[in-house]
Design a protein around this ligand. Structure first.
Ligand SMILES: *Cc1c(COP(=O)(O)O)cnc(C)c1O
Length: 398
């Protein structure tokens, strides 16, 4: 299939075709996995750049399965260039270490994946003298007033893990660019099916491929998509020097999983909306945070930047104590208590009162809450499971 033709195709078609082609050697209609670590050198290798990330030389510098996946993710994110790495955290650290230096200032969301907080606020701040400010980035004015002359990067996550807060991507992009800073968006909870940060003005879109893009809970990966001028630097640092290269097998698995991203996301969107509405109407539930609900404080912003849906992750609490939250989870029969999200199956995790960042969250999150990744099972079965787990709580109390 011609490359130019592929570019004209719709998202769902590109998820099937971009990055795949007829294998030249066997004529197989799926490209194979290449597990070799090293590649035959040219007749005279003396002029080779041993640290190049652009040629097939040594698999840490890059390999073919990784490159196929990069083509696909770049296309789905609608970006200029993409690097795929060993995990979502490898992507985050690759970006931060490649772009930041001591003396730089970073503004980041008060709601982010925990490793983002550790990387920026502990590792880069304490050991490498990068200045950091934690801000509720759903508050545009708070972001504006946090800007310093040395602000190099604003990093946001929307929807944010674990409170499912929403940040206005184009508004923050405008502030960043007005002050000569870059904007990176962790897009993992939305996936490029529902939200494409680069189209909204962000400089980088980060995905944990481990989550929705692979979608089957059986491999890890991460990606950074953005302009080539930065991606060249990031690729060099994150792979060749920091060694965050993805394994060919994981790249192949994620390639396979990503084919059905649009189909799965439609079901995640639909199921999460139904489950969120069910929870909101249940008297045992203290609050539900899901951007598809009108009650979400930033529903309007979410609706303006997410389409066709709001993803599969929500958070909620019960009008109950810590122990009752745990008993609710142990009463579940279908939904599994486990970390991670974006898998085919429903996963729930109880986040207790001792999260060190809880003081940054709104009041309703201070007493412990669930992060719930709604799977693609039949939504009636998911809702039934929650109902019976709540029923059994009542019996346990009597
Ligand atoms: C899981 C997750 C990450 C980290 O990804 P890994 O693949 O587990 O390293 C980063 N950001 C968000 C929002 C995540 O949910």
């Amino acid at each position: 299939m011609e490359e130019e033709y592929k570019k004209e195709l719709k998202f769902q078609t590109r998820a099937v075709h971009v990055g795949n082609d007829i294998d030249k050697e066997t004529k197989a209609i799926k490209r194979p996995i290449t597990m070799g670590n090293s590649y035959k050198l040219p007749y005279d290798p003396s002029n080779l750049n041993w640290s190049s990330a652009d040629s097939n030389l040594y698999t840490r510098n890059g390999g073919s399965n990784q490159q196929y996946l990069q083509e696909r993710i770049r296309s789905l994110e609608n970006g200029e260039d993409c690097v795929v790495l060993a995990s979502g955290v490898a992507a985050l650290s690759g970006l931060f270490f490649a772009l930041l230096e001591s003396g730089d200032h970073v503004i980041f969301s008060s709601v982010t994946y925990i490793a983002t907080y550790r990387l920026l606020n502990e590792l880069l701040n304490n050991k490498f003298h990068v200045e950091t400010t934690i801000v509720d980035t759903s508050d545009i004015d708070a972001v504006k007033s946090a800007i310093r002359p040395n602000t190099r990067l604003i990093h946001i996550e929307t929807p944010g893990n674990p409170t499912i807060s929403i940040t206005d991507i184009s508004a923050i992009a405008e502030i960043a660019h007005e002050h000569g800073a870059l904007l990176s968006v962790d897009n993992t909870l939305a996936s490029p099916f529902n939200q494409r940060p680069l189209e909204l003005g962000a400089d980088f879109s980060i995905e944990s491929l481990t989550k929705y893009i692979n979608g089957h809970g059986d491999s890890m990966g991460g990606s950074i998509t953005g302009k080539k001028e930065y991606l060249d630097i990031i690729r060099q640092q994150s792979q060749v020097n920091l060694g965050g290269t993805i394994s060919p097998f994981n790249a192949w698995l994620i390639m396979r999983g990503s084919v059905t991203l649009p189909l799965r996301m439609r079901q995640h969107n639909e199921n999460a909306q139904k489950v969120a509405e069910f929870l909101e109407s249940n008297p045992a539930v203290s609050f539900v945070s899901y951007p598809g609900l009108k009650s979400h404080e930033n529903h309007e912003v979410a609706a303006s930047q997410m389409s066709p849906g709001f993803g599969g992750v929500l958070s909620f609490g019960l009008k109950a104590d810590h122990d009752t939250h745990n008993r609710f989870v142990s009463n579940l029969r279908l939904i599994t208590s486990a970390v991670s999200l974006g898998h085919d199956e429903s996963l729930i995790v109880f986040i207790g009162e001792d999260d060190e960042r809880q003081y940054l969250y709104p009041e309703e999150f201070h007493h412990g809450f669930f992060r719930f990744s709604v799977g693609i099972e039949d939504p009636d079965d998911i809702i039934e499971d929650i109902k019976q787990a709540l029923e059994r709580l009542k019996m346990q109390q009597e």
